[in-house]
Design a protein around this ligand. Structure first.
Ligand code: ZN
Length: 313
């Protein structure tokens, strides 16, 4: 059984609220495609996957890096550092600064969940300033591939480093010591009309702990993932699309059954994220929200049967 602990330090004047809440519970189209490598990695059957080492030794950290209205998280486990998204344009330096402050100068993987600026805007800076071993992004249909400076900047940074992009493919599993990174979406058969729905969905498994991150997918994709037979259960769920009503449907939330819901959104953002309908579901399911607009940077430590949450600012 995993014990949930509340936030250890708080900031921004939301201590009481947080405590209560926690307690209660391309170079344009062709150029860019050329940077995608042929993904020949063996696809394993996720249903057959078991974490490779004893649970008691496994430790995973998830650093939720506050980039305002955007996504950025670092997952550490099995000796690996994996960055998922890097916020808007201009925020890459903030991400690099944070990573260096915790001693991270090399990233095993950098994942761009999908090519929207609030997710990949800062990636070019991260890629150029740090040592990066691998890049993963979704391969979009031609008509959804963005033609803009943000995406071009990322592709240029990838090219300058002599890297190639690994196309996210549901079913792939990457292991790092005692941690596994499972790709749950998009699948080869995905056929969506919105780039958000091609977001890379990753489930990190480290011993008895799981972290599920969903980019900006809609509930249609959430249901597709369940229908495809993947185990989505997780202790910590990064809510899709900054807590928008377009995602986090009841069926998905019940299937994931998390203790914590991470919501990355800007303070008083223009979209009203997170939406009330989603927050109602969170509270009904007695899930503790972790909101960057209220807590800033947050470190989640999963170790020895306990999940500790630290607000760092
Ligand atoms: Zn977004």
């Amino acid at each position: 059984m995993i014990i949930r602990r509340g936030i250890q330090e708080r900031s921004r004047g939301y201590a009481a609220l947080a405590s209560l809440v926690l307690f209660l519970l391309c170079c344009m189209i062709c150029g860019c495609d050329g940077l995608f490598e042929q993904n020949n990695a063996p696809t394993e059957n996720l249903q057959m996957y078991f974490p490779p080492v004893s649970e008691s030794d496994a430790q995973m950290e998830v650093h939720i890096i506050d980039v305002g209205q955007g996504d950025c998280a670092l997952v550490r486990g099995g000796g690996a550092n994996i960055l998922v998204d890097a916020g808007e344009n201009g925020l890459g330096s903030r991400v690099v600064e944070y990573l260096k402050s915790i001693g991270v100068t090399r990233l095993d993987w950098v994942v761009g969940s999908h090519p929207h600026s609030d997710h990949i805007g800062g990636l070019d800076t991260v890629i150029s300033k740090l040592d990066v071993d691998n890049i993963m992004m979704p391969r979009l249909p031609d008509e959804l591939v963005p033609i803009n400076q943000t995406y071009t900047d990322v592709l240029d940074a990838v090219e300058k480093k002599g890297l190639q992009i690994t196309a996210a493919k549901a079913g792939d599993v990457f292991t790092f010591g005692d941690m596994a990174m499972q790709v749950l979406s998009p699948s080869i058969n995905s056929n969506y009309s919105d780039a958000n729905d091609y977001s890379v969905v990753l489930r990190f498994v480290c011993g008895e702990f799981e972290y599920l991150t969903t980019g900006d997918i809609s509930s249609m994709v959430e249901i597709d993932i369940i229908d495809n037979g993947y185990d989505v259960s997780a202790d910590i769920l990064k809510l899709a699309h900054h807590g928008s009503y377009t995602g986090t449907c009841r069926s998905f939330l019940n299937a994931v059954d998390p203790m914590y819901a991470v919501i990355m959104c800007g303070h008083e953002n223009d979209y009203g994220h997170p939406h009330d309908a989603v927050m109602d579901r969170i509270y009904e399911n007695k899930i503790s929200p972790i909101r960057t607009d209220r807590l800033g940077n947050v470190k989640i430590v999963c170790n020895d049967g306990v999940i500790d949450v630290y607000a760092l600012d």
